[in-house]
Design a protein around this ligand. Structure first.
Ligand code: HMH
Length: 221
């Protein structure tokens, strides 16, 4: 049915894989309060490195939207994402000092290196805008859904981790992810079957990288 948005068909088709990322044992442990704080600190240091690579990736999408998008408002959504990354970097620095994590001495782990390399491959001018924006949406929405899950009714998130969950689980971030999803669906409505198939492959790659990233955080990779 062509009335069903592409992202909806993917989420139905790949539900189990997707839930593997948004309901990962690390996330479940934050939600139920059993989280190991050394895992949280490891995640914090590694994610700071990731976010630093994420900035140029988002910049590359901004460039692609300027060149390839047919909708002017795309740029504003992406620009808003960049602005929140600026806050995010400061938040990481502040959070790291609270938890006595030295960000300058964090050594990137394999899962992180691989994920950053993947981001870099997506910055190539050969990657079409619909494909890149699909990956961008998937990256943001896995975090949004993971941390929103932590905040659901009956959670036992430790006080020290509430702010982290709020950062990605808040309603504003949810609305931003919905905007990205809308852009993806519109782009893919107009895209060729080939580009759409490629976007689906990258969507799945993002989900796999996210699972590996959580695995690394719990020290299981
Ligand atoms: C690994 N995925 C990872 N880190 C993040 N900060 C996000 C997604 C969302 O910005």
């Amino acid at each position: 049915d062509s009335n069903i948005p592409v992202t909806e068909t993917w989420l139905r088709k790949h539900r189990l894989i997707y839930d593997g990322a948004t309901r990962h044992p690390f996330i479940v442990s934050i939600r139920d309060g059993s989280v190991d704080f050394s895992s949280f600190k490891r995640w914090l240091g590694q994610d700071y490195i990731f976010v630093r690579s994420f900035v140029p990736f988002v910049a590359s999408i901004l460039m692609k939207s300027w060149k390839e998008s047919t909708d002017e408002s795309d740029m504003e959504v992406i620009l808003g994402g960049m602005a929140s990354l600026n806050d995010e970097i400061n938040w990481f620095k502040n959070e790291a000092s609270k938890h006595h994590v030295s960000l300058t001495s964090v050594v990137p782990q394999n899962a992180n290196i691989n994920y950053c390399r993947f981001l870099e491959s997506l910055m190539s001018s050969e990657i079409e805008y619909p494909v890149a924006i699909t990956a961008f949406w998937a990256i943001e929405s896995v975090y949004q859904q993971s941390f929103a899950h932590c905040l659901e009714e009956g959670n036992r998130v430790p006080q020290e981790l509430k702010e982290t969950c709020e950062r990605w689980g808040n309603e504003g971030f949810g609305a931003y992810c919905d905007s990205l999803r809308g852009i993806v669906d519109l782009c893919l409505q107009k895209a060729s079957a080939e580009v759409t198939a490629k976007a689906e492959v990258f969507f799945l790659s993002v989900v796999e990288h996210e699972v590996e990233f959580w695995n690394m955080s719990i020290g299981d990779a």
